[in-house]
Design a protein around this ligand. Structure first.
Ligand code: ATP
Length: 342
């Protein structure tokens, strides 16, 4: 039944990226100067979840490495590495220069100087979920280093640019912007078909079943691949030879709750606190939410930061907000994960 489980993992980079030729050509073109040892313009990739932003960035970077011995690269997920220190540390890791760095005590200027001095070869840095960065000035630090080329990935272009300070905005507004739109039904079917061919035995899933999965995934490739994986796992456990429509329908809510759980696990400490408060209250106004949040945190962030956190959680369908400004109430989202693109 399952011949290669790796192809269903989220970090898997497929040998061929389906239906993203225009975006990939654009990105590779932006990165081309790196092959000549010159800095590339900053690339800024935007689009909803599950539309292949990360996958394409990783693919383009891998292609770059295949064509050059010198290029060094690093991928940073800013959900996890959300402040200046963590980003700089991750970049030093990518350069293999963390020796004698003590995570708690080495001043961050030392980290930065070390990255600045490692300028013998180009360094391509992918900052995924860059809108999650709490200290965006690190972007300015990196932008000013000529050997570093940045690929920034975020969901919403307007939101990203509106949260940069003036100094950063004027630098990053000239970035090469690449917009990723949700996939059509046929595109999702093609992505699924390629995964099924490399990860499942022949005849396990029919074209009609791939179409059913694609329909339920509503333009989100992560949801689609997740449904296929969940259904195949269940069929495998049941000792079945192939999938059925019932198995697929049952896999839809399971996949959505699995993805939701993974997203919750990725939340920062402050976002987890906010999530918990909303969960406990069922429904809560921004004022009360902030008061409770302040009480529960030793080092509460500003109201503005909290608004940003909430915006991101809304974006991922973890919470919903209803009403205008002061009259708004927050509650946990009941809409299905991945349905945003429909
Ligand atoms: N065009 C494609 N061809 C093959 N696989 C794809 C394609 N687009 C997306 N995928 C697969 O779909 C899944 C989700 O894609 P990816 O992580 O790149 O989405 P994303 O747009 O970065 O989402 P998010 O904003 O949530 O991080 C991954 O497993 C990825 O390999």
């Amino acid at each position: 039944m399952i011949t290669d489980a790796r192809v269903f993992q989220d970090t898997f980079v497929p040998e061929e990226v389906v239906h993203r030729n225009t975006e990939l050509t654009h990105l590779s073109g932006v990165l081309a100067p790196v092959l000549r040892g010159e800095p590339a313009e900053t690339a800024a990739i935007f689009g909803p979840t599950g539309v292949g932003k990360t996958c394409c960035a990783r693919y383009a970077v891998e292609q770059l490495c295949e064509n050059s011995f010198n290029v060094r690269t690093q991928y940073v997920n800013c959900w996890q590495d959300y402040n200046r220190y963590r980003v700089l540390y991750r970049l030093l890791e990518g350069l293999d220069r963390t020796f004698d760095i003590h995570r708690q005590s080495t001043p961050r200027d030392v980290l930065y100087d070390r990255i600045r001095e490692a300028n013998e070869d180009p360094y391509v840095v992918v900052l995924d979920e860059v809108d999650q960065l709490e200290e965006k000035d690190v972007l300015y630090d990196l932008y000013t280093l000529p050997h570093i080329s940045l690929i920034l990935i975020a969901n919403d272009e307007q939101e990203f640019y509106s949260n940069l300070g003036d100094r950063l905005y004027s630098r990053l507004t000239g970035s090469e912007r690449i917009q990723f739109d949700p996939y059509s039904l046929d595109e999702i079917i093609a992505i699924l078909d390629a995964r099924a061919n490399s990860g499942l035995a022949d005849g396990v899933v029919s074209p009609a079943q791939l179409e059913l999965i694609a329909d339920r995934a509503a333009g989100d490739a992560r949801v689609a691949i997740g449904i296929l994986r969940t259904a195949a796992r269940k069929a495998h456990r049941d000792g079945a030879e192939s999938l059925t429509a019932e198995l697929i329908e049952a896999a839809v809510p399971d996949t959505r709750s699995e993805l939701r759980q993974k997203t919750i696990e990725q939340l920062s400490h402050d976002q987890q606190v906010l999530y918990k408060i909303i969960e406990e209250h069922g429904e809560i106004t921004p004022g009360t939410l902030y008061e409770e949040y302040e009480q529960r945190c030793d080092d509460p962030k500003s109201r503005r930061s909290v608004r940003n956190y909430l915006g991101k959680m809304e974006h991922y369908h973890l919470i919903d907000a209803e009403g205008e400004k002061r009259a708004r109430v927050y509650r946990l989202s009941e809409s299905a994960f991945g349905a945003r693109n429909s």
